[in-house]
Design a protein around this ligand. Structure first.
Ligand code: NAI
Length: 442
């Protein structure tokens, strides 16, 4: 669109992790699991079923695959319409202005170029203590392609992937145990959000062990036996390892090209997405800063603009976190612990979803929205949401944080009614203890 001649080198299907093994397939399966849960609870909506609902995992997988392949095809069509050339194979940087494509038959094609953008992403991290075999010890990539679901699973790591899969599998009647070495599930979120979410996990009968490590994993009759640092021994059919990601930077000729790397294998970049070599850029997970598809998209536009001669820097002000658990967890800006360190005094407002008509109408009253503001300036520092549609409603909060609104300004905006987003406005009112829909605070 900006007039450049572009070639994309990809060794797998177009669309990367997000489309093929991450965001989209997992959300398609979560939607199926939520539908199943809703049908099981249909009596609450005044609907009786002649027999209990039964799910078909393979049909769910097929639906997921159809969605993914449709979108992958969409990228192909977009490439054609914009004149982007697609080379299938492994890309290796073989010169400052040269990329060699090695295809599956080991044929090499050399591409000459003014600029190179590295967008090779990341993959599930593993550690030798948990040897991933794809049968008993799995990554989320394996889960997506299972022939049938296990009766029980133990998840190592209660971060984003661990918690999304825990909720999905639990909704599909799998007995889930989670082990997290830090203090809480979703430890990077505001502690109030983590605690609220943990309460919901408990209601779903997910066993969560925090401040706990896995000591060993060994074979057992019907799967694996896992020994925990709290002396518990748990027998499960399968184990999911979701302990973070590893950067895809190996064998790409980066060292030979003189590209500077961090110790953890990610690529060092400046705010304009340049590596230490002026015409070679890196974007997305491989930079190791934030591992999210949507910040990678932003990185991409910054890199392209700079490659074409503009002077643009990344702007990460107000990047949301959207986690598709049940209930959903989302946030933007600082959590309360971070805000306490940087600001003298805080004013915090909270609004529970159980005080919202729309949440009752949807039979989803768990959760709350929390607004953190600087007490003196009234500026909104962070907004945290747990509950139904949290990943959607957070976007009004994103605008507030990105545009530097005060709690008073956010509270004075007219929100529609009845919507779950009202909780954002109400929590902003509660920063000054002025929410008329909450009982008067003593
Ligand atoms: P993560 O960094 O979110 O969580 C890993 C968790 O494992 C942490 O809580 C960590 O304390 C724990 N851990 C590490 N080693 C452990 C051990 N030996 N025993 C017990 N606990 C251990 O990484 P995750 O879940 O693998 O996700 C990878 C990336 O993918 C993240 O950066 C995330 O942002 C991204 N992602 C984003 C999604 C979204 O935006 N909705 C969905 C899924 C993934």
């Amino acid at each position: 669109m900006k007039g450049a001649k572009v070639a994309v080198v990809e060794m797998d299907k177009l669309g990367g992790v997000c489309l093929n093994r991450g965001c989209i397939p997992s959300k398609a399966l979560i939607a199926s699991a939520e539908q199943y849960k809703k049908m099981k609870n249909s009596a609450a909506f005044g609907i009786s079923l002649s027999a209990p609902p039964i799910y078909d995992w393979l049909a769910m997988r097929e639906r997921k695959d159809k969605i993914v392949s449709g979108l992958v095809g969409g990228i192909s069509s977009l490439f054609k319409s914009h004149g982007v050339e697609h080379f299938s194979g492994f890309g290796k940087i073989t010169g400052k202005n040269e990329v060699t494509v090695i295809d599956e038959d080991n044929n090499e094609t050399k591409l000459k170029t003014d600029n190179i953008i590295i967008a090779t992403g990341s993959r599930a991290a593993s550690i030798p203590a948990f040897p991933i075999d794809g049968k008993r010890i799995l990554t989320s990539d394996h889960l997506l392609e299972l022939e049938h679901l296990p009766k029980s699973i133990l998840i190592i790591g209660a971060g984003v992937i661990g918690c999304e899969w825990a909720c999905m599998l639990s909704m599909l009647d799998v007995q889930v145990t989670m082990v997290e070495m830090l203090d809480h599930a979703l430890p990077m979120e505001d502690t109030d959000s983590s605690k609220l979410f943990e309460r919901e996990l408990k209601k779903m009968k997910v066993d969560l062990y925090t401040k706990t490590k896995v000591e060993s994993i060994g074979p057992a009759d019907e799967g694996v036996q896992v020994k925990l640092s709290n002396d518990k021994v748990i027998n499960v059919n399968q184990v999911l390892v979701s302990i973070g990601r590893k950067f895809n930077t190996e064998d790409m000729g980066l060292e030979e090209a003189g590209i500077k790397m961090e110790k953890n294998g990610s690529i060092k970049t400046t705010a304009d997405m340049r590596t230490n070599i002026k015409n070679i850029f890196a974007i997305g997970d491989v930079r190791g800063e934030i591992l999210l598809a949507y910040t990678a998209t932003h990185d991409g536009t910054v890199a392209v603009d700079n490659a074409l001669g503009e002077k643009v820097k990344k702007d990460y002000l107000g990047v949301p976190s959207v986690i598709f658990t049940h209930p959903e967890v989302a946030s933007v800006g600082m959590n309360e612990d971070e805000a306490k360190k940087k600001h003298k005094e805080l004013a915090v407002g909270k609004f529970p979803l159980r005080a919202l008509g729309k949440a009752h109408a949807e039979n989803e009253i768990a959760g709350e929205v929390k607004v953190i503001a600087d007490k003196k300036t009234d500026k909104v520092l962070g907004i945290h949401a747990v509950g139904v549609h949290a990943t959607e409603i957070i976007h009004s909060a994103v605008v507030a944080v990105n545009r530097g609104l005060t709690a008073t300004e956010l509270g004075s905006i007219i929100f529609g009614h009845p919507v779950v987003s009202e909780a954002v406005m109400e929590a902003a009112h509660d920063v000054h203890k002025m929410s008329v829909h909450l009982a008067k605070k003593k």
